[in-house]
Ligand binder design. Sequence first.
Ligand SMILES: [Zn+2]
Length: 399
Amino acid sequence: MDILVRQNDTFNRYSKLFSVPLLLIVDSNPNVNPNQLNIGQVVKIPGYVAWTYTVQQGDTYWTIHRRFNVPLDALLFINPLIQPNQLTAGMMIRIPSRVENQPNSRAMNYSYAELERDIEELKSKYPFMTVSEVGRSVEGRQLTMIKIGTGSNRVQWNASFHANEWITTPILVSLLDDHLWHLTNSDSSEHQRRMATYEQTSLYVIPMVNPDGVELVINGPSEDNEQKVVAINNGSHDFTGWKANIEGVDLNDQFPAGWEIEKESNNVSAPAPRDYPGVAPLNQPESQAMAELARQIPFNLVIALHTQGEEFYWGYEGLEPPISQRYASLFSASSGYRSVRYVDSHAGYKDWFIYEFRKPGFTFELGSGVNPLHLDQFPEIYAAMAPVFIQSVELLGSD
Ligand SMILES: [Zn+2]
């Protein structure tokens, strides 16, 4: 929500007026000097939206504040030009209201367009988050990363490496949205816990690693790629079994950690809906971007979301650090998912992350059934992952 600076305003005053932490107001306004506010200057208040209300006969600021559950002083504050005794029917006033928190509202077909729309909306509600591009997909879609927090503990979450596991994207975006809501709302019971993580941890979220594949599974082929993908798909127009990127390369079989072994055991030697590791490791733009990201940012913990199985994997060839086991116990207790140390697989992102950096990496297999999972599992999956999400940013990634 945008407000205009008035005489004698301070960020501290805004923080009290709207029950939003001072630090988040500062971080939402990187180009504003809090010690030098100018009258009429625009300041962003995170966690709020303002909407316009037409005053009805008999309304007063008092009745409006009661009806819409808005603090009276906040209401007066954002309508500085309208004096309380001048309120008359037909006048337009602004009503500040806290953004809503509806974790399960994204149980829907959720492709690239939905993600783009949500990121834009989140950025406008919570301007302290930063959005950047970590690369582009084969078809040129942006691989977007969201960053929250300022701490030296660095945690990465990613989703939708596999196309028909796209439910992981709206789950991850919802976990993030909920976190943002609790951060900005000083009155929430979880606020203190969440806010402590903001200063100690930098959270990086890549919600859709394989946007071209997700688009294919949800909306079908495009004019441009139809011939190619139908051929890769053995002539079928049913793409529900498609995990690969748009070139028929399995992005989670692309990483240089036992890639040769994976290639042998998969025995898929040409582009396919799943399990084809490519002609060489990291020869696809999506896997390249994810590897490059981990080389640039020293993550202390990586969590990759897949479906299905209600379990998670956390070991690779005994190279995982001792602390991975402690995290695994915590995550298993809080999510109810099975903790599995080793699984007979190589060349995945978490395998490579452990192999290359000797830091804790996790692959979570959300929900149960046949991919793509039915959306009625959304609330259950969300409930399992919500405690893992907050735990992941509380943990300090060193042993
Ligand atoms: Zn997967």
